[in-house]
Design a protein around this ligand. Structure first.
Ligand code: HEM
Ligand code: MG
Length: 234
């Protein structure tokens, strides 16, 4: 059917966002991953995830435009431009300074994969612990890592994304196998029982998840870059 999962071809554009890559692999976004406009990406996120076009998504989509010289569209690979949206200390990709900031990396992903031991789900508490742990690990291997309040804010929102989209936005609980399939295969775990959120993911319920994570993450800025900065162009 139109929204069957299909692996990308060698010419399809994919990038550092597992959410948008997944939407392209299912044909909610153009499967070639190119010429993505703001209305196209917002509609795809709604169709695929029942995620309303809230401020944070509109802002994220607009920032995507800063990663290319094109006037009103981006490709998924453009999003890898370091310093606009792409940042260090990702959950499933390496830091640019260490090599590949675009493709899924199982070693990096180990921290999230192994979190919340003894349970078959991830939640707000485990997501916060993963953010803290990833930063501690990254400080050891990347002395140039950038960790300002901007990176912390974006990382917290992204953790809210996987909990709400793969799990339950009301409780912030997501089955481990759904989250792992989402990251590793960039596939909606439909055969495994995942369903698009019945509750629209919106400002209020999503903010609760993100604030929950932020409130229990012990975080402080570090490194030489002290002032939050957004890279404005390629
Ligand atoms: C990460 C872009 C929407 C899930 C990222 C990154 C970019 C990006 C550039 C890389 C950041 C990094 O880790 O260095 C966007 C844009 C969006 C969007 C432009 C649309 C406005 C979504 C949605 C989801 C999602 C709706 C829902 C599942 C994620 C997750 C990460 C991420 C979980 C973290 C990956 C990691 O840390 O390894 N996104 N994204 N994104 N995105 Fe998206
Ligand atoms: Mg990154």
């Amino acid at each position: 059917s139109a929204h069957q999962w299909q692996a990308p071809s060698s010419t399809d554009s994919r990038g550092p966002c597992p959410g948008l890559n997944t939407l392209a692999n299912h044909g909610f976004l153009p499967r070639n991953g190119s010429n993505i406009t703001i209305p196209v990406v917002l509609k795809a996120i709604n169709d695929g995830f029942n995620f309303q076009s809230i401020d944070i998504l509109r802002i994220g989509a607009k920032l995507g435009l800063l990663t290319t010289d094109a006037e009103d569209s981006f490709s998924l690979h453009n999003l890898a431009l370091h310093g606009t949206l792409e940042h260090d200390v990702s959950l499933s990709r390496n830091d640019l300074a260490l090599g590949d900031n675009v493709h899924f990396n199982e070693t990096v992903f180990t921290t999230l994969a192994n979190s919340n031991p003894g349970a078959d789900y991830y939640n707000i508490t485990s997501a916060a612990q993963v953010l803290v742990q990833r930063l501690a690990e990254d400080k050891i291997v990347n002395p140039t890592l950038v960790n300002t309040v901007k990176e912390f804010t974006v990382r917290t929102i992204e953790s809210g994304f996987y909990l709400s989209v793969m799990g339950n936005v009301t409780t912030g609980v997501a089955p481990k196998n759904f989250v792992q399939i989402f990251f590793r295969e960039e596939r909606l775990p439909l055969e495994e029982g995942w369903q698009r959120s019945e509750v629209p993911i919106g400002e209020e319920n999503f903010d609760n998840v993100v604030l929950g994570i932020a409130n229990i993450s012990t975080w402080a800025p570090s490194g030489e870059v002290v002032c939050p900065w957004i890279r404005l162009q390629p």
